[in-house]
Write a protein that binds this ligand. Structure first.
Ligand code: SF4
Length: 376
């Protein structure tokens, strides 16, 4: 008898191997895309080896979409794509540069855009999952995203394109007076596109530079702040290549966050954080409750920048139809179980003024935290 055929390997094994071989994945110099978290940037800056490898399928898909879109933009619009910049502190690859006419004229014809921009524009493409899409439409780019794209623009303004093979003609242009930032969001599920354009902000670019400077002033990554709350809370930590270096390995049955609380003073600080967060949450929750009541008579529709929809819980829920179930049992000639109706029996005792007999039971549930102010 011949052996059964070997199961097909997961295609993600191949995708991961290709992703790991990319120059970006091997790069050890601080890049603008590392500026999402202070601590993570410090690990890169101090040359620490990566401690974690998690395949982020969503990120790999994002890379594929990215490549497809930038290739198409280069072919159809003649935009400059995937161009490298660097200064003494940071390097990066800009997704798209759309030059204005005056700057483009200084280039060989083959490098000029088919449609020049009215002002020199640096563009970054961000793909997002459908879960994050609502946030994109409401609030636009995050601080980290604005920091990254302003860093690219600043380096282009001060140093121009990096003089490396494939872009030496661009490097000869010298510093490029970038005036506009464009962040193009793409919904990874539907392909929907949302473009946010803002003027280049020298103040924000300077703040991004200070941010980098703080990293270069650290003696070790431990001096840098964790900007996220760790695996299981923030996705960026779930896929961070330094997660174990940052939080340590978890003790049996404990989350990794428990590793960083060692002394009573640490506990006191965390409980103070909890109380402060609770105060903010209850203030915000009161506002939400107030608004819910205030717009109670308002029909669905767009009001200013916001869309109002009413979701009726009844329409979204389903429950077994016992009438039909009984008929079905009857048709099938299956005996209908006759279990006591506990709720009705308890209600009947209460109505008759008879004490309901109680017994203690233990339910397995995760522990809930309770934090209150201690007596002095
Ligand atoms: S695990 Fe999270 S907090 Fe730690 S370095 Fe990575 S991104 Fe930053």
């Amino acid at each position: 008898m011949s052996a059964p055929p070997a199961p097909s390997p997961s295609i993600w094994i191949a995708a991961d191997a290709v992703d790991r071989a990319r120059p970006r994945s091997k790069q050890r110099q601080l890049g603008a895309s590392d500026t999402v978290c202070e601590r993570r940037a410090a690990y890169v800056y101090h040359g620490w080896p990566r401690t974690d490898h998690v395949i982020s399928r969503a990120a790999i898909l994002g890379t594929y979409i990215h490549e497809g879109l930038t290739t198409a933009a280069k072919r159809e619009f003649g935009w400059l794509v995937e161009k490298r910049v660097a200064d003494e502190e940071i390097r990066g690859t800009i997704d798209i540069v759309q030059l204005d006419q005056a700057t483009a004229r200084r280039l060989p014809r083959r490098l000029r855009p088919k449609v020049p921009a009215d002002v020199n524009t640096v563009e970054d493409i961000k793909t997002k999952t459908v879960r994050r899409w609502d946030r994109v439409l409401r609030y636009g780019a995050t601080d980290a995203e604005l920091r990254q794209v302003h860093t690219y623009a600043r380096v282009l303004r001060t140093h121009g394109f990096l003089a490396v093979d494939g872009q030496r003609a661009l490097a000869r242009l010298g510093p490029i007076p970038v005036e506009r930032i464009r962040i193009r969001f793409i919904d990874r599920d539907s392909g929907e596109e949302h473009v946010q354009e803002i003027p280049y902000d020298p103040q924000r670019a300077e703040e991004a530079r200070w941010w980098l400077q703080r990293i270069t002033e650290t003696k070790s990554p431990e001096d840098a702040r964790r900007d996220f709350y760790g695996p299981g809370i923030d996705t960026v930590c779930d896929f961070c290549p330094f997660a174990t270096a940052c939080w340590g390995a978890p003790a049996a049955g404990r989350p990794v966050q428990a590793n960083i609380v060692r002394t009573d003073a640490d506990v006191a600080q965390k409980l103070a954080d909890y109380t402060a967060a609770h105060e903010q949450w209850s203030a915000a929750n009161r506002i939400k409750k107030f608004v819910r009541k205030a717009v109670d008579a308002t029909p669905e529709g767009q009001y200013g920048a916001h869309l109002l929809e009413w979701r009726s819980p009844e329409s979204a829920q389903e429950e077994p139809d016992f009438r039909q179930i009984i008929e079905l049992y009857d048709d099938l000639q299956v005996p209908i179980p006759t279990v006591p109706d506990k709720e009705r029996m308890v209600k009947a005792l209460i109505t008759a003024g008879i004490a309901v007999p109680m017994r203690k039971i233990k339910k397995a549930a995760s522990r809930a935290i309770s934090v209150s102010t201690a007596a002095k």
